[in-house]
Ligand binder design. Sequence first.
Ligand SMILES: *Cc1c(COP(=O)(O)O)cnc(C)c1O
Length: 392
Amino acid sequence: MERYVYMDYAATTPVKKEVLEEMMPYFTEKYGNPSSIYRIGRESRAAIDEARERVAKIIEAKPKEIYFTSGGSESDNWAIKGVAFANRDKGNHIITSKIEHHAVLHACEYLEKHGFEVTYLDVDEYGIVDLEQLKNAITDKTILITIMFANNEIGTIQPIQEIGKIAREKGVYFHTDAVQAIGNVEIDVNKLNIDLLSMSAHKFYGPKGVGVLYIREGVKIHPYIHGGAQEKNRRAGTENVAGIVGLAKALELAYENLEEHNKKLVYLRDKLIKEVTNKIDYVRVNGHPEKRLPGNVNFSIEFVEGEALLLSLDMMGIAASSGSACTSGSLDPSHVLLAIGLPHEIAHGSLRFTLGDFNTEEDVDYVVESLVKIVERLREMSPLYENVKEGK
Ligand SMILES: *Cc1c(COP(=O)(O)O)cnc(C)c1O
């Protein structure tokens, strides 16, 4: 096995060299606790303050609206539970969609066990939420709308500005899980009327275990982790200084090269889609044709199991992901693919490739070539496919 092709950038990304370089001193000589008053403590504090400014600048926020967390899951949980419990006197209703990440869905399910009501909006065949259904779902008890910016499985980008406008007009807080969108899409929290936004560094070439929750000034929210006075008394715990510095650097790099990065990924993505759909029959491309993340490809390949595809790809040195949740030991197909209307058996044969900065055209060629062989071999074992081919 010579080639190794990583096409699972939506799962995580490698840390860029420049990012690691900026982080390194904070593990060793600059190890002071940011809450300490002596010099090396103050230096850590200054690094965090500076990172907060760097992050704020990119999404047009104020530095004091940026809170560092342990990642996307924590930011989502904090936003949803924190707003829910702080606004209980106003109402107990939350609106989300059926295709959210589990960090959002499971936080909402938890709240349902504690007296809250949640509406899960449908999406169309491309994975886009229905704005009319959203408007109709809002009641005088609605306190929060939480809808993801871009979907992690099928890459669909939501009409965030319109959703933000609806929320603002109705006086309802709007949170968006932007974990997949950050580093791929320009985000201005003011233009888009976003009140809370989650991000995670390891999805944009930063380190794992560090993220941000943007909280617009004035939003009523409870603290999530109780303890020391860090993050303005709202998120206790000694700060992950190196991680925070790495997050800021990775975010800056992502937006410095945004246009170039997107152009390259769209080219590779479209090439992969074109060649696979040309060379393999009974393939469908899931997600929206235009309103999708630059690096996301999601196929449903009929008459094969997603799991079998993944194992065969792995043997050929290709890292991809299944559209179904089988990898986590469950046989249920992905809630996202079911929500866009795929039947169970087709959802089971789904495959996600997410491209990133280190992919090349040769990677795409190798994936296409390998996939054609694998699908051919797996289908030889499928009586159903033989029947279809023979027109039975
Ligand atoms: C990865 C991901 C998360 C979780 O982020 P972590 O930092 O891994 O906790 C949340 N939402 C979406 C859309 C994601 O892709």
